[in-house]
Design a protein around this ligand. Structure first.
Ligand code: 4AD
Ligand code: MG
Length: 481
């Protein structure tokens, strides 16, 4: 088997050597030029068909998306736009594709249209670039943490707990769903009859299990699918998304911010090194798309400029209280341009987050020390807060074009305070007794965060909709395959 991948082939010195490639037709012009792609690179290889000596019956079968095996000679290209091409000596059809019926034509399709044909969108230049970059970012995550000596800890998908205490879980049960499930005296379903003997759900976060790991192994990270049964139809929410969650013993909030910033910059740099061609393509794609917009709606910077900037500049760091002050003093607020009202104690809405990063600072921003009342039970209470303004050692990282990309905190390591907070917030103390053991036996200061993997891929690729950066998006009313 002497197949050469197109990526390698395009980097080869052409000396008329024999080569074999296999791939799918992107385009076939003038009965002569095939643009063939095999997924190894955004670039197609040009194949020149000797149409006078090729069977008419074969020529007819060279249609968009047909799968071909080509053998021929690699020569320097006569045409502009590519350095090499293949002078075909044999064209073998591995798989026909009915050009009339094939949904994706060699023209520009809208992302919405391609979302409806998500099963075939991998075959487009845009989506193949996005998914190669997604792969690279996943590799970068493992590389970054491995190099730092973090242990990759696999946390369970099926759990009995609600790590965020927000009640947004998908149920997992083997009990019948037709109403015949066994009942308790009060009419509720009796989960003791279930496979797991109790009520279980898909995990919303691996953090609590991650804390068990960190308070023994020192530094760990989880990286896997998480699930949220929140009915949000936005460009930034999925019901099934991937999250990276590092958890570190002996880190405080500042260490946590330093790590998150270094991590994000590392991922971007790595993708820029590994996927230069893909990013160049996506950068141009965005520029083309913007041409149809009025001048004032266009981005100030291109994708590549943005990524370059973010890797070379420190993120802004402000407290929640400072963020509220900035918003209240903005002309945007005074002109009543925000839909949601702002006052100390309310959560930042995405319009507020985007104002801070896109209009005010024009760079990623880390917001810390949020009001305790709007954050999860496990976050560490800050000492010495003003009366009525209790905050926690939380941090959210906000990114231009995305909003919240990271959520994290220093954890409450003090047993009594944690239990009091759980009781106050209605989190079941008994059920989380295993979690509280970390505080009972040799507790330690520790911190961690969660990076939304798809939001990170959105940021790097510039894709506006989160459905376009995950191969198979799960959103409300959408689960075809
Ligand atoms: O802010 P969140 O809910 O934090 C946690 O789950 C913590 N347990 C993380 C930790 O400290 N270990 O989620 C973390 C990140 C968000 O900042 C966001 O990027 C992403 O996960 N995220 C989502 N991404 C896509 N779709 C959703 N529905 C998401 N919900 C959160
Ligand atoms: Mg959050």
């Amino acid at each position: 088997k002497s197949r050469t991948k197109i990526k390698a082939l395009l980097a080869t010195e052409p000396t008329g050597q024999d080569v074999t490639v296999m791939g799918w037709v992107r385009n076939f012009r003038s009965n002569r030029f095939i643009a063939l792609n095999d997924g190894s690179t955004i670039n197609n290889v040009q194949i020149v068909v000797d149409f006078e000596n090729t069977d008419e019956s074969i020529l007819k079968r060279i249609t968009t998306s047909a799968c071909l095996k080509i053998t021929g000679k690699l020569i320097a290209s006569q045409g502009s736009g590519q350095s090499v091409e293949i002078q075909a000596e044999s064209v073998e059809i591995l798989g026909d594709s009915d050009a009339e019926k094939y949904p994706i034509q060699p023209k520009k399709h809208s992302l919405e249209f391609l979302r409806e044909n998500a099963h075939l969108r991998f075959r487009t230049a845009t989506f193949s670039a996005v998914f190669r970059i997604r792969h690279t970012i996943a590799q970068a995550i493992h590389k970054f943490f491995s190099e730092k000596g973090f242990v990759y800890l696999h946390t369970p998908i099926i759990t009995a707990s609600d790590a965020e205490g927000a009640g947004e879980m998908f149920r997992v049960t083997t009990l019948p769903i037709d109403g015949s499930a066994p009942r308790n005296e009060d009419g509720s379903i009796d989960f003791s009859e279930d496979f797991f003997g109790k009520s279980t759900n898909l995990t919303v976060s691996g953090q609590l299990e991650g804390e068990l790991g960190a308070t023994a192994l020192g530094e760990i990270y989880t990286f896997g699918p998480t699930f949220r049964a929140e009915n949000s139809n936005t460009t930034r929410h999925l019901a099934e998304f991937w999250m990276v969650e590092p958890e570190m013993a002996f880190y405080d909030l500042e260490d946590n911010q330093d790590l998150a910033e270094e991590f994000i910059q590392y991922i971007i740099k790595y993708a820029m090194e590994q996927n230069a061609d893909d990013l160049k393509f996506l950068d141009q794609r965005l520029k083309d798309e913007e041409k149809s917009l009025p001048q004032d709606k266009r981005q100030e910077f291109g994708l590549l400029e943005k990524l370059e900037f973010v890797t070379n500049n420190k993120f802004e760091r402000i407290t929640y209280t400072e963020a509220i002050d900035i918003l209240l003093n903005s002309s945007h607020y005074k002109k009543k341009k925000f839909k949601f009202d702002i006052s100390w104690g309310t959560d930042l809405q995405s319009e507020h987050e985007r104002y801070l990063v896109e209009k005010h600072f024009k760079k990623p921003v880390i917001v810390t020390n949020y009001p305790a009342a709007i954050k999860s039970f496990y976050m560490r209470l800050n000492d010495g807060c003003e009366e009525g303004r209790q905050t926690v050692a939380a941090m959210d990282i906000l990114a231009p074009g995305i909003g919240e990309i990271v959520g994290g905190s220093q954890r409450e390591e003090r047993y009594e305070r944690l239990v009091a907070r759980m009781e106050e917030m209605g989190v079941p103390v008994e059920e989380l007794s295993w979690f509280l053991d970390t505080r009972r036996y040799g507790t330690c200061p520790h911190a961690g965060f969660g990076l939304g993997f798809e939001r990170m891929v959105q940021f790097v690729t510039g894709m506006g909709n989160i459905r376009d950066v995950i191969p198979f998006a799960r959103t409300p009313k959408n689960c075809e395959f």
